[in-house]
Design a protein around this ligand. Sequence first.
Ligand SMILES: [Cu+2]
Length: 332
Amino acid sequence: MNTATKLSGFALGLAAVFGTAYGVGHLADPVTPAADTRHDPAGAGHGSDPHGSSDSHGADPAGAAHLPGGLLVSDRGYTMQPVDAPTGQFAFRITGPDGAAVTGYEIAHDKRMHLIVARRDLSGFRHVHPELGADGTWRVDSPLGGPGVWRAFADFTPSGGEPLTLGVDVTVPGPLQPRPLPAPAASTTVDGYTVTLTGTPQPGRTSQLTLTVSRDGKPVTDLEPYLGAYGHLVALRQGDLAYLHVHPEGVPGDGRTPAGPAVSFAAEVPSAGGYRLYLDFRHGGAVHTAEFTVLAGDAPAAPASTPGTRTTPTAPTPTADAGHGAPGHGHN
Ligand SMILES: [Cu+2]
């Protein structure tokens, strides 16, 4: 092969790479003004991209010990096992390192067991508290709201042990109507309340997220404690439903934590990308759940159905690269 042939082959390769990167940025991000998708040589400075810092996680020798919660059905000797239950009921057990069903649990956030379910498309979130039978079986009115594949998370602390969140898939048969992940928004409404989110989670460090509750245009200043706090926040990662339990700042009755309208949380997400946040708060004697889609890091919006197509990390990439928000984007 002569030099000219090599060079032209190289040039063709580059053209293909740039063409692909341009196509992804342009097609997958319809909300970005066209001018922003132009290739800017400054975009080649991708090494300063904060996503780069998450690369080290892939090589972390600690492995599963640093995984987010909820990704494993069995961890540290404990296993979540759904068991047959009458129609309308959901039941499961946690077996321990000795293989027997665990019957001893610590109370955390007012309960021995927090069962969270969400459909795999992040719709249908529920957070419920099952009852423990003497044989170690947890039972609750089924929170599974319709056909689809659901992820059920058991968030608990075995007596004398460490907090653990196990997750298991449960299929509800029937015709499936997939729901796209709603676009990121700073405000949402639920049961007549408006909840506004400020703050953006940043991968690898703690960020403050503040949720502010109002009703009929007036701030709600008499939130009721729920699970030992004025709000309870769960985040699920788009793509694999990694489970993040986000801790509130301050507790009711500590003399400094107001009963609204703002509730603050310290959140740390494991990676950039899309997350669905679920805020449970109590007011008027009822628990309400406000949901938000957020994009951690600097990732802009992307359609939920866009596959992760970035395969050329060295290619110059528009800073508004929609691929960052797509499922599957990540640094493995
Ligand atoms: Cu709970």
